[in-house]
Design a protein around this ligand. Sequence first.
Ligand SMILES: N[C@@H](CCC(=O)N[C@@H](CS)C(=O)NCC(=O)O)C(=O)O
Length: 216
Amino acid sequence: MKLYYSRNPNPRLAVAVARFLNSEIEFEFAEPMAPGQSERYISLNPNLLLPILERSDRTLWESDAIACWLSRRAGSNLWRTDDDEPEMIRWISWAKENFVKACDIVHWERGTKLRYGIGSCDNEMVEAGLRKFHKAAVILESELRDRLWLLGEAISFADFRMATFLPFNDVAGVPLEDYPAIQRWSDRLNQIDAWRDPFRGLDAPELPPLPLKRTG
Ligand SMILES: N[C@@H](CCC(=O)N[C@@H](CS)C(=O)NCC(=O)O)C(=O)O
């Protein structure tokens, strides 16, 4: 079984899950969108996106599905299968429409577009992303104020999913510091080796650098 990944947010999430679970899988750095690469990957994922989990019988794409599979295989409750499962799915679903989406919008403008030469940063989109971020962060803040993790005392995949873009916040710069409970939760995640440094020991070329900001 092989996990194809890059350093971008969703593949990073999948690698972090695999490392957290000590999954016995191979890891392979991939660039499905690089010139000449699509033929190799189109049959694995028609979206030409990462992560991809190649299995002997069939291939899985979408980080959440891969996390579910790896957790089941590891016999872990990272992906809940008990009465907490609906609540976990609620957070995953909400995250992708709200908190993660907001971080994604800002990171896309301030990071990905510039790294890959897709275009310049659209400040109106940044402002819209930041408004969405604050709206979601108020809700998340009140949820995390009195507990360690989204589902209580033990981490679940919902925590990883919610935090997808936080390792990229040096570039995105969403104001986490306005939300102390979210900040504490993020710091707690960063104490987990697999989350803080998922690519340790793997072949994982750095993302293209951001262009230097002109001063003056
Ligand atoms: N919904 C998908 C999104 C996958 C996605 O957007 N992947 C991006 C990175 S965040 C990608 O493959 N970019 C090209 C690359 O990293 O080479 C998931 O959750 O896995």
